[in-house]
Design a protein around this ligand. Structure first.
Ligand code: ADP
Ligand code: MG
Length: 394
């Protein structure tokens, strides 16, 4: 199996330094600075495209963009990270599949706005982001959501958060060519400090649910395994196909419409692999609902067993974990975490571990030791807290 190790993120733009960098690059001050966070998914994996439930939150790491409208149709983009330098494009001549590199994210948003009938003039943009790319924290959506928030304001388009979610999904699906759902943008655009975003992917309705780990003596650790396995894309497509097959055979519009109580009956109707895929989705949807109820009644200390069950289901039924993720989860659990699971699409990326503050260091040390012992790339371990959604910062 091929694995790739990723590069690091930027520093996360402080408005003053971003403004001076923008001026040094483009020769004038930006019209404003807009930021949008990455997200971590607390629970509800692969349920989005089954029209089910997810519970992500906007994290305290974000993409920050300084933007200045121009008088012509030229778009100039530069990031503090990477070696692509200044990218130039014509806003009036954008087409899906023609842009390579990170510019496809901001330009995809421009294109999607235009498809929506909104005129977007040229602009200069400087990006800085401390969302690590490829770690399962949606650094790409953070960029898209910062850009759509900026352009929504600068063009006076007046789009609602729901409309911006749909628009950025269109940008990712068609312009970027990634078959993603609405979870990431919904968290980034609609998240709030101290809250998780309980999203119904069928109708886009959102309820903000309290998730204040610190107040309960807990931290949520992200363990970025730093690997992306090469079969991630194929694995995603085949899982989607299994879910569609399952829904068709079971005679439901989407697996969202199938209940845990009906699983016994389903086992006789599906081949063993499809059954296990279906069982993951059906039980995962139920775990999201249980997590929401538990957060409301008991608080975060009660959700550990649900995180554990979610991981086991992804490892055994959906089969999207990998040795690095399993080692991170198992080590965190055996050194004091009260619940842990892989998060994101699978085959690499990050795990999360809900950990009592007094055990945080012990968990960190144990995971680093275990990775070294297994000969894996050293993981990156950090805490995340639910932070504000996309906003103008200056
Ligand atoms: P994820 O969204 O899960 O982090 P993706 O592969 O969807 O992973 O998006 C990662 C891509 O986003 C990178 O390959 C790069 O093109 C872009 N990206 C993320 N952060 C930055 C940044 N700070 N500067 C430039 N491009 C970035
Ligand atoms: Mg992405």
């Amino acid at each position: 199996m091929n694995t790739t190790t990723r590069t690091d993120a930027g520093t996360g733009g402080l408005p003053d330094s971003l403004t001076s960098r923008f001026e040094a690059t483009f020769g004038a001050a930006p019209d404003g600075i807009w930021a949008a966070p990455g997200r971590v998914n607390l629970i509800g994996e692969h349920t989005d495209y089954n029209e089910g439930f997810v519970l992500p939150f906007a994290i305290d790491k974000r993409a920050t963009t300084a933007v200045r409208l121009r008088g012509d149709s030229t778009v100039r983009l530069i990031s503090t990270v990477g070696d692509q330098g200044l990218v130039e494009a014509d806003a009036a001549a954008l087409a899906p599949g023609t842009v390579i590199g990170w510019a496809k994210y901001p330009l995809g948003v421009v294109w999607a706005l235009q498809q929506h009938g909104i005129e977007v003039p040229g602009f200069d943009l400087l990006l800085d982001s401390d969302v690590p790319p490829g770690a399962g924290l949606s650094s790409s959506h953070a960029i898209e959501c910062a850009v759509v928030t900026a352009l929504n304001e600068l063009t006076g388009a007046g789009l609602t958060a729901e409309e911006m979610v749909t628009l950025t999904q269109h940008a990712e699906n068609v312009f970027v060519g990634a078959p993603t759902g609405i979870m990431d943008q919904s968290a980034s655009l609609r998240g709030a400090s101290g809250r998780a975003v309980f999203l119904d992917c069928r109708d886009q309705s959102v309820e903000l649910v309290p998730f204040q780990a610190q107040e309960h003596g807990l931290v949520l650790l992200v363990i970025d395994t730093k690997v992306s396995h090469s079969h991630a894309d194929g694995g995603y497509a085949s899982r989607r196909a299994s879910c569609e097959l399952g829904a068709e055979v079971l005679g439901v519009k989407a697996l969202r419409d199938f209940g845990v109580a009906d699983l016994v009956e389903a086992s006789g109707l599906l081949d063993p692999v499809t059954f296990r895929r279906v069982r993951h989705i059906v039980t995962e949807n139920d775990r999201v609902l249980q997590t929401v109820a538990t957060l409301r009644s008991e608080g975060p200390a009660g959700i550990g067993r649900l995180l554990d069950a979610s991981h086991a289901s992804m490892r055994d039924d959906f089969e999207i974990s990998c040795p690095e993720l399993d080692l991170a989860v198992d080590t965190a659990r055996s050194h004091g975490a009260i619940g842990a699971r892989m998060t994101g699409g699978g085959f690499g990326g990050s795990a999360i571990a809900l950990t009592p503050v007094q055990h945080e260091q012990q968990v960190r040390d144990a995971v680093v030791r275990a990775f070294a012992g297994a000969g894996f790339t050293a993981p990156d371990i950090f805490t995340v807290t639910p932070a504000a959604g996309a906003e103008r910062v200056r």
